[in-house]
Design a protein around this ligand. Structure first.
Ligand SMILES: [Zn+2]
Length: 269
């Protein structure tokens, strides 16, 4: 192949006017005398600028945009939760004061590895704190300056969403959902234990516990926040044969905190 400068000389009859060192990358490039003046350009930098001018997402940005796309398809937040933050959680008991502090620290020190389990009776604001954590972590950035990706989902909704992918018209597939579960920086699984678990006659694992096991297994070594109205032993019992291994994984590398007190919801009735 002929060199570019030979071609330009032959075709346009223009001569080299010397060499120039690129200010940006330090490469040397050739200058030419042309009717429009002395011109030349650093090829690597020119190419780079061209690619930048296309404004294409990087591979990482593309991956993240796919992740956030699936998150927005999955995340459904009830109106009472939308404005929930750690700061506007109002503790009524010292275990709740502690829970608020734990939630704040969890967000500030988010490391993609540590997990948290908030347990306690209904109506103590576990879901409020869990959603506030998902929102709070989402505002934080990793070492590369990218916002963390987080998914907040009720355990029952996750199962229902996966079940819905089995219909032919579904825009999501089970694989895409599980892929997100695997990739998201933080998964917040709300109200674990509220699922309807249909036990087979022989006590073997059902579809629901099988999926929960898959999810818990995928999150091993990755950040997971769980809320539950149950305690450990009643959860194990609820999930049948899969119970011990599901719970083992849910509790792996997790700080556990139990909230006490009277339900916030009591006064509404
Ligand atoms: Zn250059």
């Amino acid at each position: 192949m002929r060199r570019f400068d030979e071609m330009i000389k032959e075709k346009f009859g223009i001569e080299e006017a010397g060499k120039e060192t690129c200010e940006k990358c330090g490469e040397t490039y050739t200058l030419y005398h042309t009717p429009k003046g002395t011109v030349g350009a650093c090829k690597p930098c020119y190419d780079k600028e061209f690619i930048q001018s296309l404004d294409l997402p990087t591979k990482d940005e593309y991956r993240r945009s796919k992740v956030t796309g699936v998150i927005s398809e999955l995340e459904r937040v009830t109106s009472d939760l939308v404005d929930a933050t750690v700061n506007n959680y109002q503790p009524k008991d010292k275990t709740q004061v502690k829970a608020k502090e734990i939630a704040k620290n969890y967000i500030m020190n988010f490391d993609k590895e540590h997990s948290l389990v908030l347990s306690g009776n209904p109506g103590l604001g576990k879901t409020h704190l869990a959603y506030a954590i998902a929102k709070g972590v989402r505002k934080m950035r990793d070492d590369d300056g990218n916002h963390y990706t987080t998914l907040f989902i009720k355990s029952t909704d996750l199962l229902q969403k996966i079940k819905a992918t089995y219909h032919r018209e579904s825009t999501l597939s089970e694989d895409r959902i599980l892929n997100l579960i695997d990739q998201v920086d933080l998964l917040v699984l709300d109200d674990v234990g509220s699922e309807y678990i249909k036990k087979n006659d022989d006590g073997s694992e059902t579809w629901a516990t099988d999926i929960l096991y898959k999810v818990a297994d995928m999150r091993l070594g990755k950040a997971l926040v769980v809320t539950t109205n149950y305690n450990e032993s009643s959860l194990v019992e609820k999930f049948g044969n899969n119970g011990p291994r599901v719970i083992d994984r849910l509790l792996d590398n997790a700080e556990r905190h139990r909230l006490e007190g009277e339900s916030f919801r009591k006064n509404r009735f």
